[in-house]
Write a protein that binds this ligand. Structure first.
Ligand code: URP
Ligand code: ZN
Ligand code: ZN
Length: 461
């Protein structure tokens, strides 16, 4: 099977030019002007951008939370990702109490096998450390899991202590892998949550009010210090506020290998949504860290521009408002944490970043695809348009406008965080390893097309 995309404006993290792209099988083989090479499939890219397929390094698909699990499974979630121009995701598989890490990975792989519409990797969430865990990390890295996630929040559930965090940081660094950290001071938050509940403050708005910015900044500071003592790189997931960003910026200014991502919801939405007049519906916005006051957004955009924030992920972790978020009626601490977003990362970055002149086009590609591909060991197969890279490509109409809504999105969730929001830019076609999987607003691939990607060492810079 061969493919030719003609006449599109190719935009990567470092290039911007008009040319044709030819792929033989799954791989880009030739890039040039007015290529005269026969192909089974020819797409006209005139007037469109051709971008490398997106890499979303933070998604939760088939992910358990208490007695429920995310409303998107691997199949529905990766199809929605494809609609949004994301052709690789890194999902999570979480260690059960006492479980060997290899078994945790096997559970994840079994869930995804035959279901994924796009390529995928796994991060492993380490929840406890015994004498087997550190040696198990060595095996895991050899199996292509070159990143782990640890929680500094949710005591009694997944929170780890500094002893665990420090040792995992040390070991992963020695293996060329990356430790991802959910940075919030879980003990302080727990006190605030219990105090609020005891005072009868049980509604969803109290989720945000019990998770202050300083709880995130303190944990970020502590993890940076632990990483420095361990001589390890560290990656902060879902960074939401200026105070935490300042910690990252200071560390990077000192030359430390400290990286962070933010998510579209922190760039677009703010804590005014937690208005108690909204009743229980504001549970839609119960995600962690919570939405912050609006003034943080300018700092996050600046951080993205200046590369203090390296990546925009979605932290797609959807739960339906009806039947899932409602598990927390009468006790906000029982609302499944997380929100949907896997489908709209590119269009939101384009609209709020490029069109609003906060990000250059090439920087948008970098935070959407290239930087996550590098940091998570997927580059150069993923993350760029180059000879020998996978033919993961997105045709994007920068002038098209449309409105985001749960009525039209492809995510399996009954609300949109961006209901009614007009955006500029639209994905028109998506190609995954040389095969067209989205065309004219339709999914034309097959679940199972997506493959497990054994990731390499984390690449810095
Ligand atoms: O609210 C969130 N972010 N849920 C997903 C779990 C996590 O902490 O990433
Ligand atoms: Zn987290
Ligand atoms: Zn998450």
């Amino acid at each position: 099977m061969s493919l030719l995309v003609k006449g599109a404006r190719i935009v990567t993290a470092c290039d911007d030019y008009v040319a044709d792209v030819h792929a033989e099988g799954e791989t880009i083989t030739t890039i040039g002007r007015q290529l005269d090479i026969p192909a089974d499939v020819v797409l006209d890219g005139t007037g469109l951008y051709l971008l490398p397929g997106g890499v979303d390094p933070h998604v939760h698909l088939d992910f358990p939370f208490g007695d429920t699990k995310t409303s998107d499974n691997v199949q529905t979630g990766t199809i929605a990702a494809a609609f949004g121009g994301t052709t690789t995701v890194v999902n999570f598989t979480q260690q059960l109490p006492g479980e060997r890490l290899q078994a945790t990975l096997e559970r994840g792989l079994d869930t995804a096998e035959g279901n994924a519409a796009v390529d995928y990797g796994y991060h492993l969430i380490v929840t406890s450390l015994d004498e087997q865990t550190l040696p198990d990390l060595d095996t895991l890295v050899a199996d292509g899991v070159t990143s782990v996630k640890l929680f500094m929040a949710y005591p009694g559930l997944v929170m780890v202590d500094d002893r665990t965090l420090f040792q995992v940081l040390e070991r992963t660094a020695s293996l060329g892998a990356l430790t991802c950290v959910h940075a919030e001071n879980g003990d302080v938050i727990d006190v605030l949550v219990q105090r609020a509940l005891a005072a009868g403050r049980t509604g969803p708005a109290w989720h945000g009010r019990t998770r202050p910015e300083l709880a995130e900044a303190e944990a970020t500071h502590r993890a940076i210090a632990l990483a420095e003592m361990a001589d390890a790189p560290v990656y902060f997931v879902h960074l939401s506020c200026r105070e935490a960003l300042d910690e990252v910026t200071r560390a990077r200014d000192r030359g430390r290998p400290v990286y962070a991502e933010t998510c579209p919801h922190y760039l677009y939405l703010d804590d005014r949504v937690y208005d108690e007049q909204g009743g229980f519906d504001v549970a839609k916005y119960v995600l962690t860290p919570p939405l912050r006051p609006a003034h943080h957004q300018a700092h996050l955009w600046r951080g993205l521009r200046n590369d203090d924030l390296s990546v925009v992920s979605t932290d797609h972790c959807p739960f339906c408002l009806k039947g899932q978020k409602t598990l927390g009626v009468g006790d906000f601490s029982k609302i499944p944490n997380g929100g949907p977003g896997i489908e709209h990362r590119l269009v939101l970055l384009h609209s709020g970043g490029v069109v609003a002149e906060r990000l250059s086009l090439r920087r948008m590609v970098e935070v959407f695809s290239t930087a996550p591909a590098r940091l998570f060991g997927l580059f150069p197969s993923k993350g760029t348009i180059a000879v020998n890279s996978d033919a993961d490509l997105v045709l994007f109409d920068a002038g098209a406008t449309h409105t985001l809504s749960a009525a039209t999105h492809n995510m399996n969730v009954d609300y949109s965080l961006y209901e009614g929001m007009a955006v500029t830019g639209k994905v028109t076609s998506v190609i995954a390893r040389g095969k067209v999987i989205v065309e004219e607003g339709k999914y034309v691939g097959r679940p199972g097309d997506g493959r497990y990607f054994k990731r390499g060492p984390s690449g810095r810079g």
